[in-house]
Design a protein around this ligand. Structure first.
Ligand SMILES: Nc1ncnc2c1ncn2[C@@H]1O[C@H](COP(=O)(O)OP(=O)(O)OP(=O)(O)O)[C@@H](O)[C@H]1O
Length: 646
């Protein structure tokens, strides 16, 4: 405990991690090494990892735990994790864990050794908070059950697919959209992954048309996304596609267009951990589609699968290369392991080949490069879309996103310098703030216009300004520190004040853009929703206007909004699921574990027309491209272990 407290004083551990161990000690004391490992599992959970790989801990505890935190690397500390772990052997530790009342040990056949669930679970050298282990097991079991029930397509399916896709297959390279449709139609669980504009939404609308057409009675289809913003985007994108697809394959039932958040879908109950829908009270649905699935954390995925009736299909859409969820887990990334190579087994090839003129042999598991994940169970339900229809071959944004994703540092640096719709600036901190304030200038000029005091003009004016605000957005990698969102917001506000664009003497002022920091069901506002504080001429007061998920404007008194922050700058994490015409990303000048390839890729792909990188140091850009987000998770291992035990 003394060591843990010293680590907490240095801010290496959270108070919560130490309190967790203290509370367990209050119930039953444990060996010092067990206490240490309990604190470390909790610490890792706080960093998004669902488990602690003990063998990796013994290889290099300092870097696995990121302790001391990166920005303190220059200083020499005693009692670093590597020093402490070297006092124990791995075998000795596993023995201590197995003897402890704090730990349930699960043997390789997946049976717990103790009847009661202890707070920690040890399985195959992976140590979990038991809650997370249970969530992982629920996900594994539900996915395996769904994969064991392949669905036969009706004989007319090839004609329907031809009606939806025409002659899109040139026989040279597979039409992955058509194959995604064919594969997902034959599975109870399917994943369609792909970068921006690769046609995930287009494909899923065609898939839903196919499923509805093949069903003997109309299907209840539910569409959802993890955030309000992502739900609104999917809704907008669907509305333009549904009519087109319905004309290709006429439907007796209209295809759905209404999208809710995942929390709304599962029926969030204020002040209760449990959702309204769960195993004993399943969601009334035959098909559930969830977009932006990279944002779903492990516990949410478990709740989702738990709430589905046994016959219900689940289709996940998302970009596997984006940042993982804010909460613990990297579910989509894990499930999509090996998706680029295909990894299809003979069965899957036999099911898909009739729908492709091009040979699928190069994507068979036997042809997957040695050492990569070949032929995983999840490969059999996953299709990766590969061609972007949003960015042309010449587009700098598309090329840059691809180079970053592939870790091609020199190419990415070249595109940043010479690319068409991308730019790279190397400003100081104050220049970043002034530059961003200048970029927001046209918005504040538009906000100066005065609407007539009638409802129609007021609505048009407010909608116009909300739309105007999506023209430009500054993103930052960090939340705290000089280059973090909080400080940047202050600097930009000061710069806008100096330019006379805002009257920022008070907290609330005309034009202030704010973002919800958590869901507020009473106000029907979701985490990530952006509103504008505007002078309401009718009320002669400041009001904050939001566009609700139902499309209606909602004018709220600022005093009702406690969970909002100014959003001249937002973190890349918060920007997931949103797009802006011009997006600028600022990177700090010092290395930091947060600066990863996935973060940069996510930032770049938020831009529709122009991307600007604001980073003073070339070496930081290069390091960011080379550093991967590594999240410890046992999901893939558990899926494979479940397969072996079956
Ligand atoms: N096979 C295709 N041929 C031509 N255009 C296509 C094709 N598939 C999709 N598109 C067009 O490409 C654009 C992007 O498609 P879509 O919105 O389905 O992609 P997405 O992967 O869902 O995008 P996002 O990155 O927004 O999630 C749309 O304008 C769509 O009409």
């Amino acid at each position: 405990m003394a060591l843990l407290q010293r680590w907490q004083q240095r801010e290496w551990l959270r108070a919560l991690d130490v309190a967790f161990v203290r509370s367990l000690n209050g119930i039953a004391p444990a060996a010092p090494v067990v206490q240490l490992l309990a604190a470390l599992v909790s610490h890792q959970y706080g960093r998004g990892h669902t488990c602690l790989h003990l063998s990796q801990l013994w290889q290099d505890a300092d870097s696995l735990l990121s302790l001391p935190p990166e920005n303190q690397f220059a200083e020499r500390f005693s009692e670093r994790p590597n020093d402490v772990m070297s006092q124990y052997s791995l075998a000795e530790c596993i023995e201590a864990l197995s003897q402890s009342d704090w730990v349930t040990t699960v043997d390789s056949r997946g049976h717990p050794q103790l009847a009661q669930a202890a707070p920690l679970t040890l399985v195959n050298q992976r140590l979990y908070l038991t809650r997370l282990y249970q969530a992982e097991q629920q996900v594994v079991t539900a996915i395996r059950q769904r994969l064991q029930q392949p669905i036969k397509l009706p004989p007319a399916a090839p004609q329907w697919l031809a009606a939806l896709f025409g002659d899109s297959d040139d026989g040279q390279s597979p039409d992955w959209q058509r194959l995604a449709c064919a594969l997902a139609a034959q599975r109870q669980f399917a994943i369609i992954t792909g970068g921006p504009g690769t046609g995930k939404t287009t494909t899923v609308v065609k898939l839903l048309a196919l499923l509805q057409r093949a069903a003997s009675s109309p299907l209840t289809i539910k569409l959802a996304a993890p955030t309000g913003k992502a739900a609104a985007r999917l809704s907008e994108s669907l509305s333009s596609k549904v009519a087109e697809v319905s004309a290709m394959l006429p439907q007796a039932q209209p295809l759905p267009e209404q999208v809710t958040t995942l929390h709304q879908l599962l029926g969030v109950q204020p002040l209760r951990r449990r959702f309204r829908y769960h195993q004993q009270r399943p969601l009334p649905a035959d098909v559930v589609v969830v977009d932006e699935a990279s944002m779903i954390d492990l516990e949410m995925m478990s709740a989702l699968l738990n709430a589905l009736p046994a016959h219900c299909r689940l289709i996940l859409l998302g970009d596997k290369d984006q940042l993982a969820s804010v909460e613990a887990g990297s579910v989509l990334g894990d499930l999509c392991e090996g998706a680029a190579a295909g990894g299809y087994d003979a069965n899957t090839i036999a099911q898909l080949q009739p729908y492709s003129a091009a040979s699928l042999t190069p994507f068979a598991e036997t042809n997957t490069a040695v050492g990569s994940a070949a032929g995983l169970p999840t490969n059999q339900c996953t299709v990766m879309l590969r061609d972007s229809y949003r960015f042309s071959a010449e587009s700098g944004i598309g090329q840059l996103a691809q180079a970053v994703n592939q870790g091609a540092t020199m190419d990415a640096l070249g595109i940043l310098k010479y690319g068409t719709d991308v730019s790279w600036q190397q400003p100081s901190l104050t220049h970043v703030a002034d530059w961003a304030a200048a970029a927001y200038q046209t918005f504040f000029e538009a906000a100066r216009s005065k609407p007539d005091n009638d409802e129609t003009s007021l609505e048009r004016w407010a909608r116009g300004l909300l739309q105007h605000y999506t023209q430009f957005q500054l993103l930052a990698a960090l939340r705290r520190g000089d280059w973090g969102v909080e400080h940047l917001n202050q600097l930009i506000r000061n710069s806008l004040q100096r330019r006379g664009l805002i009257d920022g003497r008070h907290q609330w002022y005309h034009g202030r853009p704010v973002m919800m920091q958590r869901n507020n069901y009473q106000l029907r506002l979701m985490n990530g929703d952006i509103g504008l504080c505007l002078w309401h001429p009718g009320m002669a007061q400041l009001r904050v206007v939001f566009a609700g998920a139902d499309g209606r404007l909602r004018w709220l008194s600022p005093s009702r909004l406690s969970d909002v922050e100014t959003v001249y700058a937002m973190t890349v994490h918060k920007s997931q699921g949103s797009e802006f015409n011009h997006c600028a990303l600022v990177l700090p000048p010092q290395s930091n574990p947060v600066l990863t390839r996935e973060l940069l890729y996510t930032g770049i792909t938020r831009a529709k027309q122009h991307f600007t990188l604001l980073s003073a140091k070339r070496s930081i850009v290069a390091q960011t491209i080379e550093q991967r987000t590594l999240r410890s998770s046992g999901l893939l291992a558990a899926l494979n272990e479940a397969q072996e035990n079956f």
